[in-house]
Design a protein around this ligand. Structure first.
Ligand SMILES: [Zn+2]
Ligand SMILES: [Zn+2]
Length: 247
């Protein structure tokens, strides 16, 4: 019986593979595994694969010889709210060209390669989170967008880290978009936007925050502040891409 079942399953897998051969989600070229990027598209992203700040993951300039554990000036000054932050790539034209359709255009099939890149970005940090928390969207935004892109990115991460996704312990109030704001204005704008609805789920927990993009770090900093006040012990963050300012 089990032999027959195996045979049927293999046959169905092959049939589905025949109907829908694996294709690069960005350009449609054929690839080996469903959801993965082709080599050409992979090569267009600015992956953060060199020396970076041991705490926040900020990439150091290519010619900078960083010693292991080296910190960027912000983290060296103790101004980072999180234990670790990692980003897979730099926010640029290429990452923007996948982020916008992923976030607003229903291209949820990008989630697979994006979350795999994010798991790769955490290769040098030894963490065992108790919870995976997608950065919450305000209900009004969730209603318009129909999905929270951070939750889609969290699924594979939660599977690999073997931790549950927590998407309702923290609520976010709606605030209109920020537009172009200075660093300080972004921190000001986000203050007070999160509140912990279920503190009993947060207390004593190590939490990995997940988002698609990091601009100033204000969102992670504010969410982290609120979670620590509710008793979270360690907080990490991972994003697909981050803004890196040209020095
Ligand atoms: Zn491609
Ligand atoms: Zn840093």
């Amino acid at each position: 019986m089990s032999k027959l079942r195996t045979f049927v399953r293999r046959f169905l897998d092959a049939f589905i593979e025949f109907l829908f051969p694996p294709a690069c989600p960005v350009c449609g070229a054929s690839v080996e595994t469903h959801g993965e990027l082709c080599g050409d598209c992979w090569g267009c992203f600015d992956w953060i694969d060199g020396a970076h700040c041991a705490c926040c993951g900020y990439p150091f300039p290519d010619d900078y010889e960083a010693s292991p554990g080296a910190l960027c000036p912000v983290c060296a000054a103790g101004k980072n709210e999180l234990e670790y932050v990692r980003a897979a790539c730099v926010y640029d034209d290429m990452s923007r060209s996948v982020m916008l359709p992923f976030k607003h255009g229903g291209r949820i099939q990008y989630a697979r390669f994006m979350s795999h890149a994010m798991i790769w970005a955490m290769r040098d940090v030894d963490i065992a989170p108790d919870l995976i928390m997608p950065v919450p969207l305000a209900n009004r935004r969730l209603f318009h967008r129909a999905y929270n892109q951070a939750t889609l990115l969290s699924r594979e991460i939660a599977r690999v880290y073997n931790a549950p996704i927590d998407f309702d312990s923290v609520r976010r109030k709606y605030r209109p978009n920020m537009g172009h704001k200075t660093h300080a204005q972004r921190f000001e704008h986000i203050r007070g936007v999160f509140n912990v609805a279920r503190p009993e789920c947060i207390r004593g927990k190590k939490i990995l925050l997940v988002d698609d993009v990091m601009t100033s770090g204000a969102t992670f900093a504010e969410l982290s502040r609120v979670l620590r006040r509710a008793g979270a012990t360690e907080i990490y963050g991972v994003v697909f891409c981050r803004v890196v300012r040209a020095e």
